[in-house]
Design a protein around this ligand. Structure first.
Ligand code: SF4
Ligand code: SF4
Length: 442
Protein backbone atom coordinates (compact mmCIF):
# COMPACT_ATOMS: atom_id res chain seq x y z
CA UNK A 1 0.00 0.00 0.00
CA UNK A 2 1.48 3.44 -0.85
CA UNK A 3 1.92 6.04 1.87
CA UNK A 4 -0.27 9.15 1.75
CA UNK A 5 2.55 11.22 0.23
CA UNK A 6 3.40 8.49 -2.31
CA UNK A 7 -0.22 8.28 -3.44
CA UNK A 8 -0.39 12.05 -3.89
CA UNK A 9 2.82 11.93 -5.88
CA UNK A 10 1.54 9.14 -8.16
CA UNK A 11 -1.63 11.13 -8.86
CA UNK A 12 0.24 14.35 -9.51
CA UNK A 13 2.98 12.86 -11.68
CA UNK A 14 0.43 11.02 -13.81
CA UNK A 15 -1.69 14.09 -14.40
CA UNK A 16 -4.89 13.08 -12.62
CA UNK A 17 -7.56 15.75 -12.40
CA UNK A 18 -11.33 15.52 -11.88
CA UNK A 19 -12.39 13.97 -15.18
CA UNK A 20 -15.48 16.17 -15.42
CA UNK A 21 -16.25 19.73 -14.37
CA UNK A 22 -13.39 22.14 -13.81
CA UNK A 23 -10.58 19.56 -13.52
CA UNK A 24 -9.44 20.08 -9.94
CA UNK A 25 -6.11 18.25 -9.39
CA UNK A 26 -7.14 15.09 -7.55
CA UNK A 27 -4.01 14.81 -5.37
CA UNK A 28 -4.95 18.13 -3.75
CA UNK A 29 -8.35 16.76 -2.80
CA UNK A 30 -6.98 13.87 -0.75
CA UNK A 31 -7.30 14.61 2.93
CA UNK A 32 -6.61 12.40 5.91
CA UNK A 33 -9.23 14.15 8.02
CA UNK A 34 -12.19 12.72 6.08
CA UNK A 35 -14.13 9.71 7.33
CA UNK A 36 -16.12 9.02 4.16
CA UNK A 37 -15.43 8.64 0.45
CA UNK A 38 -18.20 8.70 -2.17
CA UNK A 39 -17.76 7.56 -5.75
CA UNK A 40 -20.13 9.78 -7.70
CA UNK A 41 -21.93 7.67 -10.28
CA UNK A 42 -25.20 9.59 -10.03
CA UNK A 43 -24.68 10.93 -13.54
CA UNK A 44 -27.87 12.91 -13.36
CA UNK A 45 -27.84 15.02 -16.54
CA UNK A 46 -30.15 13.70 -19.27
CA UNK A 47 -28.42 11.71 -22.08
CA UNK A 48 -25.15 11.12 -20.20
CA UNK A 49 -24.25 7.47 -19.55
CA UNK A 50 -20.47 7.37 -19.47
CA UNK A 51 -19.94 6.68 -15.77
CA UNK A 52 -22.35 3.80 -15.51
CA UNK A 53 -20.86 2.28 -18.69
CA UNK A 54 -17.41 2.57 -17.20
CA UNK A 55 -18.54 0.86 -14.00
CA UNK A 56 -20.22 -1.88 -16.02
CA UNK A 57 -16.95 -2.67 -17.80
CA UNK A 58 -14.27 -1.72 -15.25
CA UNK A 59 -15.88 -2.34 -11.85
CA UNK A 60 -12.99 -4.37 -10.43
CA UNK A 61 -10.33 -1.87 -11.47
CA UNK A 62 -12.32 1.05 -10.08
CA UNK A 63 -13.06 -0.68 -6.78
CA UNK A 64 -9.39 -1.63 -6.40
CA UNK A 65 -8.26 1.96 -6.85
CA UNK A 66 -10.93 3.20 -4.46
CA UNK A 67 -9.80 0.61 -1.91
CA UNK A 68 -6.18 1.78 -2.19
CA UNK A 69 -7.23 5.41 -1.67
CA UNK A 70 -9.48 4.50 1.29
CA UNK A 71 -6.82 2.37 3.01
CA UNK A 72 -4.09 4.92 2.37
CA UNK A 73 -6.04 7.74 3.97
CA UNK A 74 -7.60 5.49 6.62
CA UNK A 75 -11.28 5.73 5.63
CA UNK A 76 -13.73 2.94 6.49
CA UNK A 77 -16.91 4.31 4.90
CA UNK A 78 -16.72 4.10 1.11
CA UNK A 79 -19.88 4.39 -0.95
CA UNK A 80 -20.48 3.73 -4.62
CA UNK A 81 -23.41 6.06 -5.30
CA UNK A 82 -25.50 4.76 -8.19
CA UNK A 83 -29.04 5.48 -9.32
CA UNK A 84 -31.47 2.61 -8.69
CA UNK A 85 -32.19 2.42 -12.42
CA UNK A 86 -28.55 1.67 -13.35
CA UNK A 87 -29.16 -2.04 -12.97
CA UNK A 88 -26.23 -3.30 -15.09
CA UNK A 89 -23.75 -1.10 -13.23
CA UNK A 90 -25.22 -2.21 -9.88
CA UNK A 91 -24.86 -5.85 -10.93
CA UNK A 92 -21.23 -5.28 -11.99
CA UNK A 93 -20.36 -3.61 -8.68
CA UNK A 94 -22.21 -6.19 -6.58
CA UNK A 95 -20.27 -8.98 -8.29
CA UNK A 96 -17.02 -7.53 -6.88
CA UNK A 97 -18.11 -6.15 -3.51
CA UNK A 98 -17.28 -9.25 -1.46
CA UNK A 99 -13.56 -8.61 -1.90
CA UNK A 100 -13.77 -5.09 -0.42
CA UNK A 101 -14.96 -4.98 3.18
CA UNK A 102 -15.27 -1.19 3.47
CA UNK A 103 -17.02 -0.49 0.17
CA UNK A 104 -20.84 -0.34 0.07
CA UNK A 105 -23.46 0.51 -2.51
CA UNK A 106 -25.64 3.57 -1.98
CA UNK A 107 -28.59 3.67 -4.34
CA UNK A 108 -30.16 6.94 -5.31
CA UNK A 109 -33.53 7.97 -6.72
CA UNK A 110 -33.88 9.05 -10.35
CA UNK A 111 -33.84 12.79 -9.68
CA UNK A 112 -31.89 15.81 -10.88
CA UNK A 113 -29.32 16.97 -9.74
CA UNK A 114 -28.38 13.94 -7.64
CA UNK A 115 -24.78 14.25 -8.89
CA UNK A 116 -24.25 17.75 -7.46
CA UNK A 117 -21.69 17.03 -4.69
CA UNK A 118 -23.68 18.88 -2.04
CA UNK A 119 -26.90 17.07 -2.92
CA UNK A 120 -25.10 13.73 -3.27
CA UNK A 121 -23.50 14.02 0.16
CA UNK A 122 -26.90 14.71 1.71
CA UNK A 123 -28.57 11.84 -0.13
CA UNK A 124 -25.85 9.36 0.87
CA UNK A 125 -24.87 10.48 4.39
CA UNK A 126 -27.60 12.88 5.54
CA UNK A 127 -24.92 15.56 6.14
CA UNK A 128 -25.52 19.11 4.89
CA UNK A 129 -22.52 21.01 3.53
CA UNK A 130 -22.91 24.63 4.60
CA UNK A 131 -23.35 27.28 1.86
CA UNK A 132 -20.04 27.96 0.13
CA UNK A 133 -18.19 25.27 2.13
CA UNK A 134 -16.32 22.27 0.72
CA UNK A 135 -17.30 18.58 1.14
CA UNK A 136 -14.20 18.28 3.35
CA UNK A 137 -15.97 20.42 5.96
CA UNK A 138 -18.33 17.48 6.62
CA UNK A 139 -15.57 14.88 6.37
CA UNK A 140 -16.28 13.68 2.84
CA UNK A 141 -14.19 13.26 -0.32
CA UNK A 142 -16.22 12.84 -3.53
CA UNK A 143 -14.60 11.38 -6.65
CA UNK A 144 -15.71 11.00 -10.26
CA UNK A 145 -15.79 7.45 -11.70
CA UNK A 146 -13.36 8.07 -14.56
CA UNK A 147 -10.98 9.87 -12.20
CA UNK A 148 -10.76 6.76 -10.06
CA UNK A 149 -10.26 4.59 -13.13
CA UNK A 150 -7.36 6.91 -13.99
CA UNK A 151 -5.98 6.38 -10.48
CA UNK A 152 -6.07 2.63 -11.12
CA UNK A 153 -4.07 3.15 -14.31
CA UNK A 154 -1.64 5.52 -12.57
CA UNK A 155 -1.01 2.94 -9.84
CA UNK A 156 0.01 0.67 -12.72
CA UNK A 157 2.32 3.26 -14.24
CA UNK A 158 0.02 4.85 -16.86
CA UNK A 159 -0.48 8.59 -17.11
CA UNK A 160 -3.70 10.27 -18.26
CA UNK A 161 -3.43 10.22 -22.05
CA UNK A 162 -6.92 9.05 -23.04
CA UNK A 163 -10.42 10.29 -22.41
CA UNK A 164 -13.86 8.72 -22.63
CA UNK A 165 -16.18 11.04 -24.60
CA UNK A 166 -19.84 10.37 -25.47
CA UNK A 167 -21.12 11.71 -28.79
CA UNK A 168 -24.91 11.77 -28.95
CA UNK A 169 -27.96 13.71 -30.16
CA UNK A 170 -28.23 14.41 -33.89
CA UNK A 171 -25.54 11.98 -35.04
CA UNK A 172 -26.01 8.75 -37.01
CA UNK A 173 -24.57 6.38 -34.38
CA UNK A 174 -24.45 7.77 -30.83
CA UNK A 175 -21.40 6.23 -29.18
CA UNK A 176 -18.80 6.66 -26.48
CA UNK A 177 -15.21 6.75 -27.69
CA UNK A 178 -11.89 6.32 -25.92
CA UNK A 179 -9.69 8.93 -27.57
CA UNK A 180 -6.21 10.38 -27.11
CA UNK A 181 -6.30 13.69 -25.23
CA UNK A 182 -5.86 16.46 -27.80
CA UNK A 183 -7.97 14.85 -30.55
CA UNK A 184 -10.04 17.35 -32.53
CA UNK A 185 -13.70 17.14 -31.48
CA UNK A 186 -14.91 17.10 -35.10
CA UNK A 187 -13.12 13.75 -35.51
CA UNK A 188 -15.39 12.26 -32.84
CA UNK A 189 -18.55 13.54 -34.56
CA UNK A 190 -17.26 12.06 -37.79
CA UNK A 191 -16.63 8.71 -36.05
CA UNK A 192 -20.22 8.77 -34.75
CA UNK A 193 -21.39 8.80 -38.37
CA UNK A 194 -21.57 12.57 -38.71
CA UNK A 195 -24.34 15.03 -37.84
CA UNK A 196 -27.85 14.39 -39.10
CA UNK A 197 -29.01 18.03 -39.28
CA UNK A 198 -27.58 20.82 -41.42
CA UNK A 199 -27.79 23.54 -38.85
CA UNK A 200 -26.26 21.94 -35.76
CA UNK A 201 -25.04 23.30 -32.44
CA UNK A 202 -22.76 21.44 -30.06
CA UNK A 203 -23.14 21.25 -26.30
CA UNK A 204 -19.92 20.35 -24.52
CA UNK A 205 -21.03 18.18 -21.59
CA UNK A 206 -24.54 17.65 -20.26
CA UNK A 207 -27.55 19.55 -21.59
CA UNK A 208 -28.20 21.23 -18.23
CA UNK A 209 -24.77 22.61 -17.39
CA UNK A 210 -22.64 22.15 -20.50
CA UNK A 211 -21.90 25.29 -22.58
CA UNK A 212 -22.31 25.62 -26.35
CA UNK A 213 -18.97 25.02 -28.02
CA UNK A 214 -17.16 24.35 -31.25
CA UNK A 215 -16.04 21.03 -32.70
CA UNK A 216 -12.91 22.86 -33.88
CA UNK A 217 -11.72 22.56 -30.26
CA UNK A 218 -9.78 19.64 -28.82
CA UNK A 219 -10.40 16.90 -26.26
CA UNK A 220 -9.05 17.75 -22.81
CA UNK A 221 -8.88 15.71 -19.61
CA UNK A 222 -12.31 17.09 -18.66
CA UNK A 223 -14.23 16.61 -21.95
CA UNK A 224 -17.00 14.10 -21.34
CA UNK A 225 -19.68 14.58 -24.00
CA UNK A 226 -20.61 16.30 -27.23
CA UNK A 227 -24.36 16.64 -27.67
CA UNK A 228 -25.35 17.60 -31.20
CA UNK A 229 -28.70 19.41 -31.45
CA UNK A 230 -30.56 21.40 -34.12
CA UNK A 231 -29.86 25.11 -33.73
CA UNK A 232 -33.53 25.85 -33.00
CA UNK A 233 -33.84 23.22 -30.25
CA UNK A 234 -35.30 24.42 -26.92
CA UNK A 235 -32.05 23.68 -25.03
CA UNK A 236 -29.91 25.51 -27.59
CA UNK A 237 -32.23 28.53 -27.62
CA UNK A 238 -32.04 28.67 -23.82
CA UNK A 239 -28.25 28.59 -23.89
CA UNK A 240 -28.11 31.31 -26.55
CA UNK A 241 -30.45 33.67 -24.66
CA UNK A 242 -29.21 37.22 -24.25
CA UNK A 243 -29.07 38.51 -20.66
CA UNK A 244 -30.18 42.07 -21.47
CA UNK A 245 -33.30 40.69 -23.07
CA UNK A 246 -33.57 38.18 -20.21
CA UNK A 247 -33.83 41.01 -17.69
CA UNK A 248 -36.49 42.80 -19.77
CA UNK A 249 -38.48 39.57 -20.08
CA UNK A 250 -38.22 39.07 -16.31
CA UNK A 251 -39.45 42.65 -15.80
CA UNK A 252 -42.42 41.96 -18.07
CA UNK A 253 -43.44 38.50 -17.00
CA UNK A 254 -41.96 37.24 -13.72
CA UNK A 255 -45.11 36.53 -11.72
CA UNK A 256 -43.16 35.95 -8.48
CA UNK A 257 -44.87 32.58 -8.30
CA UNK A 258 -41.91 31.23 -6.29
CA UNK A 259 -41.68 27.89 -8.18
CA UNK A 260 -38.02 28.46 -9.08
CA UNK A 261 -37.22 28.80 -5.38
CA UNK A 262 -39.52 26.00 -4.24
CA UNK A 263 -37.77 23.53 -6.56
CA UNK A 264 -34.23 24.89 -6.21
CA UNK A 265 -32.15 21.91 -4.96
CA UNK A 266 -29.74 24.07 -2.95
CA UNK A 267 -32.58 26.13 -1.41
CA UNK A 268 -34.26 22.90 -0.34
CA UNK A 269 -31.12 21.94 1.60
CA UNK A 270 -31.36 25.17 3.59
CA UNK A 271 -28.97 27.29 1.51
CA UNK A 272 -30.02 30.94 1.26
CA UNK A 273 -30.37 31.08 -2.56
CA UNK A 274 -33.85 32.30 -3.61
CA UNK A 275 -33.99 32.79 -7.39
CA UNK A 276 -37.43 34.45 -7.32
CA UNK A 277 -36.02 37.16 -5.05
CA UNK A 278 -33.05 37.65 -7.34
CA UNK A 279 -35.43 37.97 -10.31
CA UNK A 280 -37.46 40.56 -8.38
CA UNK A 281 -34.52 42.82 -7.53
CA UNK A 282 -32.55 42.42 -10.74
CA UNK A 283 -35.51 43.11 -13.03
CA UNK A 284 -36.36 46.26 -11.07
CA UNK A 285 -32.72 47.36 -10.76
CA UNK A 286 -33.48 47.46 -7.04
CA UNK A 287 -30.40 47.85 -4.84
CA UNK A 288 -32.09 48.94 -1.62
CA UNK A 289 -31.67 45.44 -0.21
CA UNK A 290 -28.48 43.65 -1.32
CA UNK A 291 -29.33 40.38 0.43
CA UNK A 292 -31.00 38.68 -2.60
CA UNK A 293 -27.88 39.50 -4.62
CA UNK A 294 -25.53 38.07 -1.98
CA UNK A 295 -27.72 34.98 -1.59
CA UNK A 296 -27.53 34.40 -5.35
CA UNK A 297 -23.79 33.74 -4.92
CA UNK A 298 -24.80 30.31 -3.57
CA UNK A 299 -26.38 29.20 -6.85
CA UNK A 300 -24.79 26.00 -8.15
CA UNK A 301 -25.80 26.72 -11.79
CA UNK A 302 -27.68 23.42 -11.94
CA UNK A 303 -30.10 25.08 -14.38
CA UNK A 304 -33.28 23.54 -12.98
CA UNK A 305 -34.98 26.91 -12.50
CA UNK A 306 -34.70 27.90 -16.16
CA UNK A 307 -34.87 24.53 -17.91
CA UNK A 308 -37.73 23.15 -15.80
CA UNK A 309 -39.33 25.21 -13.03
CA UNK A 310 -40.21 28.53 -14.62
CA UNK A 311 -43.56 28.38 -16.41
CA UNK A 312 -42.84 31.75 -18.03
CA UNK A 313 -39.69 30.50 -19.74
CA UNK A 314 -37.48 32.95 -17.86
CA UNK A 315 -33.79 32.42 -17.17
CA UNK A 316 -32.88 32.85 -13.49
CA UNK A 317 -29.79 30.64 -13.75
CA UNK A 318 -28.26 32.56 -16.67
CA UNK A 319 -28.94 35.95 -15.07
CA UNK A 320 -27.44 34.73 -11.79
CA UNK A 321 -24.42 33.29 -13.64
CA UNK A 322 -23.80 36.66 -15.33
CA UNK A 323 -24.12 38.41 -11.99
CA UNK A 324 -21.70 36.01 -10.32
CA UNK A 325 -19.19 36.44 -13.14
CA UNK A 326 -19.34 40.22 -12.72
CA UNK A 327 -18.84 39.88 -8.97
CA UNK A 328 -15.86 37.59 -9.50
CA UNK A 329 -14.34 40.04 -11.98
CA UNK A 330 -14.62 42.70 -9.29
CA UNK A 331 -12.93 40.50 -6.71
CA UNK A 332 -16.09 39.58 -4.76
CA UNK A 333 -16.20 35.90 -3.84
CA UNK A 334 -18.81 33.65 -2.29
CA UNK A 335 -19.65 34.78 1.28
CA UNK A 336 -18.14 32.51 3.95
CA UNK A 337 -19.26 31.34 7.37
CA UNK A 338 -22.98 31.06 6.55
CA UNK A 339 -24.92 28.26 8.27
CA UNK A 340 -27.53 26.29 6.36
CA UNK A 341 -31.10 26.53 7.65
CA UNK A 342 -33.03 23.29 8.30
CA UNK A 343 -33.77 21.19 5.21
CA UNK A 344 -37.22 22.18 3.86
CA UNK A 345 -40.23 20.06 4.67
CA UNK A 346 -41.36 17.60 1.97
CA UNK A 347 -38.07 17.93 0.11
CA UNK A 348 -38.37 14.34 -1.06
CA UNK A 349 -41.60 15.10 -2.89
CA UNK A 350 -40.27 18.24 -4.54
CA UNK A 351 -37.29 16.62 -6.23
CA UNK A 352 -37.49 16.60 -10.02
CA UNK A 353 -37.64 13.17 -11.74
CA UNK A 354 -35.09 12.84 -14.51
CA UNK A 355 -37.70 11.40 -16.88
CA UNK A 356 -39.91 14.47 -16.56
CA UNK A 357 -36.92 16.76 -16.97
CA UNK A 358 -35.81 14.95 -20.15
CA UNK A 359 -39.31 15.26 -21.57
CA UNK A 360 -39.67 18.96 -20.61
CA UNK A 361 -36.38 19.72 -22.37
CA UNK A 362 -37.46 17.99 -25.58
CA UNK A 363 -34.64 15.44 -25.26
CA UNK A 364 -36.68 12.23 -25.32
CA UNK A 365 -35.84 11.46 -29.00
CA UNK A 366 -32.14 11.55 -28.09
CA UNK A 367 -32.41 9.45 -24.93
CA UNK A 368 -30.78 6.40 -26.50
CA UNK A 369 -27.84 4.24 -25.55
CA UNK A 370 -24.41 5.39 -26.68
CA UNK A 371 -22.31 2.26 -26.08
CA UNK A 372 -18.54 2.31 -25.62
CA UNK A 373 -17.05 1.76 -29.08
CA UNK A 374 -14.39 -0.85 -29.84
CA UNK A 375 -13.00 1.44 -32.53
CA UNK A 376 -9.76 3.09 -31.44
CA UNK A 377 -9.57 6.62 -32.81
CA UNK A 378 -6.07 7.33 -34.15
CA UNK A 379 -5.75 11.02 -34.94
CA UNK A 380 -3.04 12.28 -37.34
CA UNK A 381 -2.12 14.91 -34.80
CA UNK A 382 -3.14 16.09 -31.33
CA UNK A 383 -3.16 19.49 -29.69
CA UNK A 384 -2.32 19.11 -25.99
CA UNK A 385 -3.51 22.11 -23.98
CA UNK A 386 -1.22 23.30 -21.19
CA UNK A 387 -4.17 24.28 -19.00
CA UNK A 388 -6.59 21.41 -18.60
CA UNK A 389 -6.98 21.78 -14.86
CA UNK A 390 -7.59 24.21 -12.02
CA UNK A 391 -4.33 25.86 -10.93
CA UNK A 392 -1.17 26.90 -12.71
CA UNK A 393 -0.92 25.94 -16.42
CA UNK A 394 1.87 23.51 -17.32
CA UNK A 395 4.99 24.83 -19.02
CA UNK A 396 6.11 23.00 -22.18
CA UNK A 397 9.28 20.95 -21.66
CA UNK A 398 9.67 19.84 -25.29
CA UNK A 399 10.69 21.73 -28.41
CA UNK A 400 9.78 21.56 -32.10
CA UNK A 401 11.35 18.49 -33.70
CA UNK A 402 11.47 16.39 -30.50
CA UNK A 403 10.27 12.81 -30.82
CA UNK A 404 7.87 11.90 -28.03
CA UNK A 405 6.03 8.75 -27.01
CA UNK A 406 2.72 8.12 -25.27
CA UNK A 407 2.89 8.94 -21.57
CA UNK A 408 5.97 11.16 -21.79
CA UNK A 409 5.70 14.42 -19.84
CA UNK A 410 5.44 17.32 -22.30
CA UNK A 411 4.34 20.03 -19.88
CA UNK A 412 5.31 20.47 -16.22
CA UNK A 413 3.84 22.33 -13.27
CA UNK A 414 6.35 23.42 -10.57
CA UNK A 415 6.25 21.17 -7.49
CA UNK A 416 5.15 23.99 -5.18
CA UNK A 417 2.19 25.06 -7.36
CA UNK A 418 -1.33 23.63 -7.69
CA UNK A 419 -1.67 21.71 -10.96
CA UNK A 420 -0.60 18.52 -12.73
CA UNK A 421 1.73 17.66 -15.58
CA UNK A 422 0.47 16.95 -19.10
CA UNK A 423 1.65 14.03 -21.20
CA UNK A 424 1.98 13.09 -24.86
CA UNK A 425 -1.10 11.13 -25.92
CA UNK A 426 0.32 9.69 -29.16
CA UNK A 427 3.77 8.70 -30.43
CA UNK A 428 5.11 11.32 -32.81
CA UNK A 429 7.04 14.50 -33.46
CA UNK A 430 6.42 17.87 -31.84
CA UNK A 431 5.54 20.34 -34.59
CA UNK A 432 4.47 23.40 -32.63
CA UNK A 433 5.01 24.71 -29.09
CA UNK A 434 3.32 27.74 -27.54
CA UNK A 435 2.49 28.79 -23.97
CA UNK A 436 -1.04 27.44 -24.51
CA UNK A 437 -0.47 24.15 -26.28
CA UNK A 438 1.86 21.79 -28.08
CA UNK A 439 1.06 19.92 -31.30
CA UNK A 440 2.28 16.38 -31.90
CA UNK A 441 2.08 14.82 -35.36
CA UNK A 442 1.72 11.05 -35.42
S1 SF4 B 1 -40.60 30.55 -11.62
FE1 SF4 B 1 -40.35 32.11 -13.21
S2 SF4 B 1 -42.12 33.42 -13.00
FE2 SF4 B 1 -42.01 32.24 -11.12
S3 SF4 B 1 -40.83 33.52 -9.70
FE3 SF4 B 1 -39.38 32.19 -10.73
S4 SF4 B 1 -38.62 33.36 -12.47
FE4 SF4 B 1 -40.53 34.37 -11.78
S1 SF4 C 1 -29.52 27.19 -11.14
FE1 SF4 C 1 -31.51 27.77 -10.28
S2 SF4 C 1 -32.29 25.91 -9.33
FE2 SF4 C 1 -30.08 25.59 -9.64
S3 SF4 C 1 -29.10 26.27 -7.75
FE3 SF4 C 1 -29.17 28.04 -9.08
S4 SF4 C 1 -31.04 29.11 -8.55
FE4 SF4 C 1 -31.22 27.03 -7.71
Amino acid sequence: MPTFEQLKEVMRENGIVGAGGAGFPSYAKLDQSVDTIILNCAECEPLLRLHRQLLETKALEILRALDVIAKTIGVKNVYIALKKAYKDAIRAVEAELDSFENIKLATLDEVYPAGDEVILIYEVTGRVVNPGALPLSVGVNVFNVETIYNVYKALNGEAVTEKYVTVTGEVKNPQTFIVPVGTKLSKLVEMAGGKTVNDAEYIMGGPMMGPLGSVEDYVTKTSNAIIVLPSDHYVVMKKKANSNIGIKRAMASCSQCHYCTDLCPRHMLGHPIQPHMFMRVVSNHDTRDVQPYMDAMFCSSCGLCEMYSCHQGLSPKSLIADFKATMRKNGVGVPRGIEAKPVVANREMKRVPIERLTSRMGLEPYDVSAPISDVKIKPDSVRIMMSQHVGVPATPVVKVGDKVCVGQVVGRVPDDKLGTHVHASINGTVTDVTDRYIIIKA
